[in-house]
Design a protein around this ligand. Structure first.
Ligand code: NAD
Length: 269
């Protein structure tokens, strides 16, 4: 999606944090929310594409974007990045906890403790820290919307052989989102979790295959075309539209929901 003319302006005066904003689903969502009037804080580890996005969005609307070099699994950097966001934009309304990696893929006995911990720290601890440091600012506003990116893996799909660390984090994110939804409902802060199927992004760059993974694969025969609705993977923009809806007041009575966005992929799994 090119960052040009806005189609709706439902987020004027609102500020969103987007983690993993430099690529894929996070990038598409940052563009979508900015087009709809939001100020966007772009959190990412990979700076070149994140700062390039900041420039693009600031051309779209002056000073609407702030790119920050932050590892979501690092508590100090996260706390500081949230502080800088609020200082720059004057508050916080929307949080998209989206940064994630595929991480190590292999038979459990072949995975090292550091393989396991790395995936846990980015996908699960990163989500925890994103919420931990954002919640006080949402409470100050008296309402807010948090969206967490999980996956069909670990929730409705279990036949991704070797993906046990990734799938465990994605299942954990769903439990965490539902716990948070209940805890935060009385503060009018909504928390929803989305479960994409295959989406065309750069996520494969973060995969570390163990050479033994082939030894645990059970062959599964799919019908032709694994995602029947789109006849292939979804687009980041498809997910961005859903996040935008969940961020907006149009979903005001939706919290604790787990929404699958996979073009029917998991119904085949
Ligand atoms: P992507 O690789 O295109 O984008 C992810 C971004 O997160 C990258 O810019 C990366 O630099 C950033 N990131 C990674 N670790 C980080 C960290 N510790 N701190 C800050 N930023 C970090 O991938 P994507 O597909 O857009 O992934 C976004 C989310 O969607 C992930 O949580 C992923 O698990 C989930 N997801 C993706 C798919 C898919 O098929 N693409 C399917 C289901 C779920």
């Amino acid at each position: 999606m090119s960052p040009n003319i806005a189609k709706k302006q439902r987020f004027i005066g609102k500020t969103a944090i987007i983690t993993g904003a430099g690529s894929g689903i996070g990038r598409a969502t940052a563009i979508q929310l900015a087009r709809e009037g939001a100020n966007v804080a772009l959190f990412d580890l990979v700076n070149e594409r994140n700062f390039e996005l900041e420039q693009k969005l600031n051309k779209l609307r002056k000073d609407c974007a702030l790119a920050l070099d932050v590892d979501t699994s690092d508590a100090e950097r996260m706390e500081e990045a949230v502080r800088q966001t609020v200082e720059r934009f004057g508050g916080l309304d929307i949080v998209f906890a989206n940064a994630g990696i595929n991480g190590a893929v292999g038979p459990i006995e072949e995975l090292s403790l550091s393989d396991w911990e790395h995936t846990m720290s980015v996908n699960l601890t990163g989500t925890f820290l994103t919420l931990k440091y954002s919640i006080p600012h949402l409470k100050k506003k008296g309402k807010g919307s948090i969206i967490i990116t999980s996956s069909i893996n670990g929730n409705s799909r279990f036949a991704s052989f070797g993906w046990s660390p990734y799938s465990t984090t994605k299942a954990g994110q769903v439990a965490f989102a539902k716990m948070a939804a209940l805890e935060l409902a009385k503060f009018k802060i909504r928390v929803n979790v989305i479960c994409p199927g295959a989406i065309s992004t750069n996520i494969d760059e973060s995969t570390e295959f163990n050479e033994e993974v082939g030894s645990i694969v059970i062959p599964i025969e799919f019908p032709q075309g694994a995602q029947p609705l789109a006849d292939g993977p979804g687009k980041p923009d498809n997910v961005a539209e859903l996040v935008s809806f969940l961020a907006s007041d149009e979903s005001i009575h939706i919290t604790g929901a787990q929404i699958v966005i996979d073009g029917a992929e998991s119904l085949l799994s």
